[in-house]
Ligand binder design. Structure first.
Ligand SMILES: [Cu+2]
Length: 158
Protein backbone atom coordinates (compact mmCIF):
# COMPACT_ATOMS: atom_id res chain seq x y z
CA UNK A 1 0.00 0.00 0.00
CA UNK A 2 2.66 2.51 0.95
CA UNK A 3 4.60 1.37 -2.08
CA UNK A 4 1.58 2.32 -4.22
CA UNK A 5 1.40 5.74 -2.57
CA UNK A 6 5.07 6.25 -3.23
CA UNK A 7 4.63 5.45 -6.90
CA UNK A 8 1.66 7.77 -7.10
CA UNK A 9 3.57 10.58 -5.48
CA UNK A 10 6.51 10.20 -7.78
CA UNK A 11 4.20 10.15 -10.80
CA UNK A 12 2.56 13.37 -9.65
CA UNK A 13 5.97 14.87 -9.06
CA UNK A 14 7.07 13.91 -12.58
CA UNK A 15 3.99 15.54 -14.12
CA UNK A 16 4.47 18.71 -12.09
CA UNK A 17 8.17 18.79 -12.98
CA UNK A 18 7.36 18.64 -16.67
CA UNK A 19 4.49 21.12 -16.44
CA UNK A 20 6.56 23.75 -14.70
CA UNK A 21 10.07 22.74 -15.55
CA UNK A 22 9.60 22.80 -19.30
CA UNK A 23 8.27 26.38 -19.54
CA UNK A 24 10.85 27.50 -17.00
CA UNK A 25 13.63 25.85 -18.97
CA UNK A 26 12.36 27.40 -22.18
CA UNK A 27 12.15 30.81 -20.56
CA UNK A 28 15.66 30.43 -19.20
CA UNK A 29 17.02 29.36 -22.56
CA UNK A 30 15.39 32.23 -24.42
CA UNK A 31 16.05 35.06 -22.01
CA UNK A 32 19.26 34.12 -20.23
CA UNK A 33 21.30 31.42 -21.93
CA UNK A 34 20.93 32.81 -25.46
CA UNK A 35 21.89 36.32 -24.42
CA UNK A 36 25.06 35.11 -22.72
CA UNK A 37 26.39 33.95 -26.06
CA UNK A 38 27.03 37.51 -27.16
CA UNK A 39 30.01 39.59 -26.22
CA UNK A 40 29.41 41.67 -23.09
CA UNK A 41 27.97 45.11 -23.72
CA UNK A 42 26.31 44.12 -26.98
CA UNK A 43 23.27 46.07 -28.04
CA UNK A 44 20.64 43.43 -28.72
CA UNK A 45 17.81 44.37 -31.04
CA UNK A 46 14.92 42.11 -31.93
CA UNK A 47 13.29 42.85 -35.27
CA UNK A 48 10.32 40.94 -36.61
CA UNK A 49 9.04 41.38 -40.15
CA UNK A 50 5.30 41.43 -40.70
CA UNK A 51 4.03 41.27 -44.29
CA UNK A 52 0.63 42.79 -43.46
CA UNK A 53 1.46 46.49 -43.50
CA UNK A 54 5.11 45.90 -44.33
CA UNK A 55 6.29 46.38 -40.76
CA UNK A 56 9.55 45.79 -38.94
CA UNK A 57 8.62 45.72 -35.30
CA UNK A 58 10.58 45.39 -32.08
CA UNK A 59 7.55 43.83 -30.43
CA UNK A 60 7.30 40.11 -30.09
CA UNK A 61 4.76 38.70 -32.50
CA UNK A 62 3.62 35.32 -31.25
CA UNK A 63 0.46 33.26 -31.27
CA UNK A 64 -2.72 35.19 -30.68
CA UNK A 65 -1.30 38.68 -30.90
CA UNK A 66 -0.51 37.98 -34.54
CA UNK A 67 -4.26 37.92 -35.19
CA UNK A 68 -5.49 40.40 -32.61
CA UNK A 69 -3.17 43.37 -32.77
CA UNK A 70 -1.27 45.32 -35.33
CA UNK A 71 2.35 45.48 -34.23
CA UNK A 72 3.94 48.89 -33.92
CA UNK A 73 6.27 49.81 -36.73
CA UNK A 74 9.67 50.47 -35.22
CA UNK A 75 10.79 54.06 -35.29
CA UNK A 76 14.37 55.12 -35.96
CA UNK A 77 16.59 52.97 -33.77
CA UNK A 78 19.21 55.00 -31.89
CA UNK A 79 22.77 53.70 -31.63
CA UNK A 80 26.04 55.18 -30.50
CA UNK A 81 29.25 54.95 -32.47
CA UNK A 82 31.20 51.96 -31.23
CA UNK A 83 28.16 49.90 -30.35
CA UNK A 84 28.42 46.21 -31.11
CA UNK A 85 24.98 45.32 -32.38
CA UNK A 86 23.34 41.92 -32.34
CA UNK A 87 20.26 41.74 -34.51
CA UNK A 88 17.86 38.92 -33.84
CA UNK A 89 15.71 38.77 -36.94
CA UNK A 90 12.43 36.96 -37.24
CA UNK A 91 9.46 36.76 -39.53
CA UNK A 92 5.88 36.62 -38.35
CA UNK A 93 4.56 35.12 -41.55
CA UNK A 94 6.42 34.43 -44.79
CA UNK A 95 9.93 34.53 -46.14
CA UNK A 96 11.54 37.92 -45.73
CA UNK A 97 15.13 38.96 -45.96
CA UNK A 98 17.24 41.61 -44.34
CA UNK A 99 20.08 43.82 -45.47
CA UNK A 100 21.94 46.97 -44.48
CA UNK A 101 23.22 47.99 -47.92
CA UNK A 102 25.55 50.78 -46.79
CA UNK A 103 27.46 48.29 -44.62
CA UNK A 104 27.26 45.62 -47.31
CA UNK A 105 25.60 43.41 -44.76
CA UNK A 106 23.27 40.78 -46.07
CA UNK A 107 20.92 40.06 -47.59
CA UNK A 108 20.16 37.14 -45.30
CA UNK A 109 16.97 35.17 -45.58
CA UNK A 110 14.59 35.46 -42.65
CA UNK A 111 12.17 32.54 -42.77
CA UNK A 112 9.21 32.23 -40.45
CA UNK A 113 9.84 30.18 -37.36
CA UNK A 114 13.55 30.88 -37.13
CA UNK A 115 15.68 33.49 -35.47
CA UNK A 116 18.44 34.72 -37.73
CA UNK A 117 21.34 36.52 -36.15
CA UNK A 118 23.34 39.27 -37.69
CA UNK A 119 26.04 41.23 -35.91
CA UNK A 120 27.80 44.42 -36.82
CA UNK A 121 29.84 47.20 -35.31
CA UNK A 122 28.47 50.70 -35.65
CA UNK A 123 31.89 52.14 -36.39
CA UNK A 124 30.79 55.28 -38.13
CA UNK A 125 28.20 57.84 -37.18
CA UNK A 126 25.35 58.34 -39.58
CA UNK A 127 22.19 56.82 -40.90
CA UNK A 128 22.05 53.11 -41.66
CA UNK A 129 19.00 52.16 -43.66
CA UNK A 130 17.89 48.56 -43.46
CA UNK A 131 15.32 46.84 -45.59
CA UNK A 132 13.82 43.62 -46.77
CA UNK A 133 15.71 42.55 -49.86
CA UNK A 134 13.20 40.45 -51.70
CA UNK A 135 9.72 41.09 -52.95
CA UNK A 136 7.86 39.26 -50.22
CA UNK A 137 4.40 40.80 -50.29
CA UNK A 138 2.41 43.74 -51.70
CA UNK A 139 3.70 45.99 -48.93
CA UNK A 140 7.28 44.93 -49.31
CA UNK A 141 8.32 48.51 -50.05
CA UNK A 142 7.42 49.55 -46.51
CA UNK A 143 9.67 46.96 -44.91
CA UNK A 144 12.47 49.31 -44.12
CA UNK A 145 13.82 51.31 -41.25
CA UNK A 146 16.83 53.23 -39.99
CA UNK A 147 19.52 53.04 -37.37
CA UNK A 148 20.71 56.48 -36.32
CA UNK A 149 24.29 56.21 -35.14
CA UNK A 150 25.24 59.12 -32.93
CA UNK A 151 28.92 60.05 -32.93
CA UNK A 152 30.88 58.99 -29.87
CA UNK A 153 31.42 62.66 -28.98
CA UNK A 154 27.66 63.23 -29.05
CA UNK A 155 27.36 64.87 -32.44
CA UNK A 156 24.49 63.87 -34.65
CA UNK A 157 25.48 63.86 -38.31
CA UNK A 158 21.96 63.89 -39.74
CU1 LIG B 1 10.19 42.07 -48.68
Amino acid sequence: MTDMKWKEASAVFAVVAVLFGLPLGLWYWRSVAVLHRYQPGSTIINLTAVADGGIWTQEEVVGLNYWRTTPTRTGDIPLTQGNHVVLRLRSADLLHSFAIPILRLGPVEVPAGHTVEMQFDANRAGVLTFLCWQVCSPEHGNLRGRFLVKAADGETPW
